[in-house]
Design a protein around this ligand. Structure first.
Ligand code: ADP
Ligand code: ZN
Length: 742
């Protein structure tokens, strides 16, 4: 009887929608090796060999055999669980991304699979039918050197090359020769993240009654091992971190894994220190700065269930947890959870889906929950735990508005000034009291615009619709969108006038200059993403501030990220209106959240904090509610505005970005897209319009917006509309479901 060769489906990590069919590989006995869904394999695709995963479902028996290729290799990394496979499918479907692209994130290729994982070890091959042997006994003939190795090695393995050669008293080439013969084999061992139950002496602080109630609630959810979404709502300093640490401990005790998503893991040295203090050990970290070796190890440890706690950036959500028992999304409102490149996804929203798949609770912690999140609390989809006050009774800072139209900053000798009299006075007072002050401006560099006084020419990025930002420390101009950089020209590039280029507007470097001029006795320091180039540099700066070597700190939004500086009592916001320009959907919400968070840096210990906001629009609801300290009123106003415009979360939104290097080709294609816009009840497609950055990295960009009622999914609309037309090869179409900013 002629048995049909067995096939299976393999999802390859290319941007393709569906799995391909393959033949199961043949073992050395000539029999096909059975594989189960989730096994990681290497398969031929065209001329390449690529990683993929055996997928669920059966291969199509009607595909002629000669069209099928055989799986090239079966990887030893742990099998991807069904939960993760389903999650990959869900994310691909929701974000309209190719399943292979989502899987690629989960496999973290190339690093996770490269050389497999961990240390290369050797073990004996027990059932070896290799030919080259003794005709009578069937056993290979061995030299005495080789025999020594066979005598030493055990089939359970665990031998490194060096150990094995030393123990057997042979050279390492003898070991390699045996491997070639197929008598011993090498494999890669998962590293030991020996990290288990927290040490008994490493217990947390005594919790306040409110904290205790919240913590008990979370702990019992972890023990129940059921899905629920809980918003942990409390002002900065109310102890949210302490409370969710208790939940993490519970997950560890249950023998399950916990995942903590932080918006800026590279800036989280204080968080990591606290974790180590609390649990006596470091968590596994996951972010883009990991070395390839550490990435391999961590991926494998996570999959093997040997990393009980993982803390990471959004990509940590895609890891192959063996038994996830808790997800925490800290600062859940943060925009950096939205990935806008490759697969466009919001890690907070997808984390809720993953938690559901894992049947575990998820905690969304924030002092300023996103409007979406609060609406989900109101409609009962999410539950809420409230921590009402700052720990230890520290008060919330007083927020005062400085109206820049009346308190105009005075000129300095060197040019315009940016700090009002009121702010200058407050800084002086603070420094005299021996306390720390911070000036916040969310703009890197020295000046956001350089202008020619003679002809009005503005220095623009040649590849983007964006001005070049002067970075005086490097004497360079930089594009903050594509990274283009050029030295500052002596003469105007347009009219060639000499000494005619002037910096316009302030960036943080310029505020540092002003601060040093006004307060020559102060120790001024700058904290921005381009000065905090490594976690070590960040930590060094945080230490300097904590040790009070710095008393006047100037920073961009990196200073807003959850730091706790007990002697910082004054926060001055140089330009509170900055984020409100541009008409973005979330402009007001983002500004409120950021300023609220910045304000929260002031007065976290026994010293009361003071926050001064410089604004030209003091009547704006953002400024008013910040002043009143009334977050819920802000959310109410914001909800009304959004509901009126049928904007998220009251309606649904998807952006379609069409880009290409040739503007007329692009406009032609967009015109055909516009002509094929379907009529749909409860939804409309607007556009094309120039995208917010109409030129980015040398590509022209146009945008359509799909707006629909809550009950209508924009995915289906986008899919059927865009399927009608094939884009020319140089034109790229990206669908961004739930765009974060627009
Ligand atoms: P949040 O995460 O809400 O900003 P944290 O958990 O960081 O708040 O707490 C703020 C500060 O107060 C931290 O230094 C923390 O260690 C301290 N703290 C919070 N709760 C307690 C407590 N019950 N006992 C002692 N210190 C606490
Ligand atoms: Zn640019």
């Amino acid at each position: 009887m002629n048995k049909q060769p067995l096939r299976c489906r393999v999802q390859v990590i290319l941007p393709i929608e569906r799995p391909y069919d393959y033949l199961l590989p043949y073992g050395s006995d000539g029999i096909q090796v059975e594989l189960e869904p989730g096994q990681v394999v290497m398969v031929p695709v065209g001329r390449r060999i690529l990683p993929g995963v055996v997928w669920d479902g059966v291969a199509d028996e009607n595909v002629p055999l000669k069209k099928l290729k055989e799986i090239a290799e079966v990887s030893e990394v742990p099998t991807l669980r069904e939960e993760l496979r389903k999650f990959v499918e869900w994310v691909a479907n929701y974000t309209l991304s190719p399943q292979g692209s989502v899987l690629k994130m989960a496999l973290s290729v190339p690093q996770a699979l490269e050389n497999l994982v961990g240390q290369k070890l050797y073990r004996l091959v027990t059932d070896n039918p290799k030919e080259e042997g003794d005709a009578d006994t069937g056993k290979p003939r061995l030299t005495s050197a080789r025999q020594k190795v066979i005598d030493v090695i055990t089939d359970s393995g665990g031998w490194t090359l060096a150990d094995l050669a030393r123990e057997a008293g042979v050279s390492s080439s003898v070991v390699k020769g045996l491997e070639k013969l197929g008598l011993i084999e090498s494999y890669f061992d998962a590293p030991d993240f020996s990290f288990s139950v927290p040490k008994p002496d490493a217990v947390g602080p005594v919790l306040s009654p409110d904290q205790k109630a919240a913590s008990d609630d979370l702990v019992s959810r972890v023990q129940d091992q059921a899905f629920s979404t809980v918003v942990l709502d409390g002002v900065t300093g109310s102890g949210k971190t302490e409370v969710y640490f208790e939940a993490i401990e519970a997950a560890i005790k249950e023998g399950r894994q916990a995942l903590v998503l932080l918006p800026e893991i590279a800036l989280s040295s204080q968080w990591l220190d606290r974790f180590k203090k609390r649990f006596g050990v470091a968590p596994a970290e996951w972010h883009s700065d990991l070395t390839p070796a550490l990435r391999r190890k961590t991926w494998r440890a996570v999959a093997a269930g040997k990393a009980p706690v993982v803390v990471g950036a959004r990509s940590a959500l895609m890891l192959p947890y063996r038994d996830l028992g808790l997800i925490i999304v800290d600062e859940e409102h943060e925009g950096s959870f939205k990935q806008e490149d490759g697969v466009y996804y919001h890690a907070r929203d997808m984390a809720v889906v993953r938690a559901k798949g894992c049947s575990c609770p998820i905690v969304l912690a924030s002092a300023t929950p996103a409007l979406e999140t609060m609406v989900n609390v109101q409609n009962g989809r999410y539950e809420r735990l409230i921590l009402p006050g700052r720990h230890g009774g520290a008060g919330m800072p007083d927020v005062e508005l400085i109206d820049l139209r009346f308190d105009k900053p005075e000129r300095l000798q060197s040019g315009p000034g940016w700090l009002s009299q009121a702010l200058r006075g407050a800084i002086r007072q603070t420094l005299e009291a021996g306390e720390q002050a911070m000036l916040f401006l969310n703009r890197r560099g020295y000046a956001p615009l350089t202008l020619c006084r003679t002809c009005g020419h503005r220095l623009q990025c040649p590849h983007c619709t964006a001005w070049l930002v002067e970075h005086r420390r490097f004497r360079r101009l930089q594009c903050h969108h594509c990274g283009f950089s050029a030295s500052l020209p002596e003469n105007c590039p347009s009219c060639e006038a000499e000494d005619s280029l002037v910096p316009c507007g302030p960036g943080v470097e310029r505020i540092v200059e002003e601060a040093k001029l006004l307060f020559p006795e102060a120790n001024v320091a700058l904290m921005a993403s381009d000065t905090m180039t490594s976690p070590a540099a960040t930590k060094a700066m945080v230490d300097r501030i904590q040790n009070r070597e710095v008393n006047l700190l100037v920073g961009t939004q990196v200073v807003a990220k959850g730091y706790h500086f007990p002697f910082l009592t004054l926060v001055g916001v140089v330009d509170a209106d900055l984020g409100l320009f541009g008409g973005d959907l979330r402009a007001a919400e983002r500004t409120f959240q950021l300023l609220h968070q910045v304000a929260g840096r002031a007065g976290r210990a026994e010293h009361k904090g003071r926050v001064l906001l410089q604004t030209s629009d003091p009547k704006h609801p953002v400024m008013q509610t910040l002043k009143e300290g009334d977050r819920d009123k802000f959310l109410e106003i914001e909800a009304e505005t959004r509901a009126r415009g049928h904007l998220p979360p009251f309606g649904r939104l998807a952006a379609v970005i069409v880009s290409g290097p040739d503007e007329s080709e692009l406009d032609n294609f967009c015109a055909s897209l516009a002509r094929s816009i379907p009529q749909i009840d409860g939804a409309q497609i607007l556009g094309p319009a120039p995208a917010p950055l109409a030129l980015l990295r040398g590509k022209f960009r146009r945008r359509f917006l799909i707006m629909s009622k809550r009950t209508i999914a924009p995915q289906g609309i986008a899919r059927s509309w865009l399927a009608q037309l094939k884009a020319p090869s140089r034109i790229k179409v990206i669908v961004d479901i739930d765009p974060y900013s627009f």
